[in-house]
Write a new protein. Structure first.
Length: 280
């Protein structure tokens, strides 16, 4: 199934009344935002009110006539943010052993996690902005759960949430939705295996799940601590992920490994970064 932005608009519209609604959007910077912005533009054209909450320091998230922008201060600079993003994605193109790439991934994720958790903490501590969100009577929250601040707000505001994502590291999206992902068949990151594996390769593929558990623990657990303190109740990462009403997955089985889907998971592989003509 390939879905264009108008189809995504239709799916979002089914969450509420037929009349135009009010949508709270908590995006993730970078290419995640470039994909989501295309959908927001069409939502606004259809008469929906869109409010985007983002930190004052971003790489790509900018004000637009198609939505209301609510920004909050953060204690880091754009130069520092850009430097860490570039360093994080650069290692993806480097060669080396599994251990070398794992160490670089660990270091990169740790630095990126700092920016995400810091930003989320300052949002949740911004009493004026939180009061505005509580009083605005939104119909739903649209967010990318690769950073969990939007999920925390959805739980606090008791709103249905729509997750718009490409995927979550360590397969947390599979675990949260109870979709099977057997390591005997699905190649893990850093292995460079295909779906055609020997028995020993399948064993090695299974062992690669162990580092993923470690990576996810330090990358996502800070959000669990933030949520528990803000909501004043014990909340786990999986609790936040499982509350989604709809998962809009930017995946396409032409390029991805086929996988089982739950009824509230909708693949929208046709929605990616906004289409622009490349220079010569």
């Amino acid at each position: 199934l390939r879905a264009s932005p108008p189809v995504v608009l239709l799916l979002l519209s089914l969450l509420g009344q037929a009349a135009a609604g009010k949508l709270l959007v908590v995006p993730v910077d970078g290419s995640h935002w470039l994909s989501m912005r295309e959908v927001l533009d069409i939502l606004r054209q259809k008469g929906h009110e869109v409010v985007v909450v983002a930190p004052e320091v971003t790489l790509h998230i900018k004000p637009s006539k198609n939505f209301v922008m609510k920004m909050y201060p953060v204690p880091y600079t754009k130069e520092a943010l850009k430097k860490q993003f570039q360093a994080f994605f650069h290692f993806s193109f480097e060669q080396g052993s599994f251990l070398e790439r794992f160490v670089k991934a660990y270091q990169g994720i740790k630095r990126i996690t700092y920016f995400g958790v810091t930003s989320c903490g300052h949002l949740l501590q911004n009493k004026e902005l939180i009061r505005y969100l509580e009083e605005s009577k939104f119909d739903a929250v649209l967010t990318d759960p690769v950073l969990l601040c939007g999920a925390i707000l959805a739980k606090h505001l008791s709103l249905p949430s729509v997750y718009f994502l490409r995927g979550i590291p360590c397969g947390l999206d599979f675990e949260a939705t109870q979709c099977p992902k057997p390591p005997s068949y699905v190649p893990r990151g850093f292995t460079q295996f295909t779906h055609h594996m020997t028995f020993l390769q399948r064993v090695k593929n299974l062992l690669h799940d162990i580092p993923d558990i470690f990576l996810c623990d330090f990358a996502f657990e800070p959000y669990s601590k933030l949520a528990s303190e803000f909501l004043q109740q014990d909340v786990t990462v999986l609790d936040l992920l499982r509350q989604a009403s709809v998962w809009l997955m930017r995946s396409d089985f032409v390029l991805e490994y086929p996988r089982p889907l739950m009824p509230n998971i909708i693949p929208i592989g046709g929605v990616n970064c906004a289409h622009k003509e490349l220079p010569q």
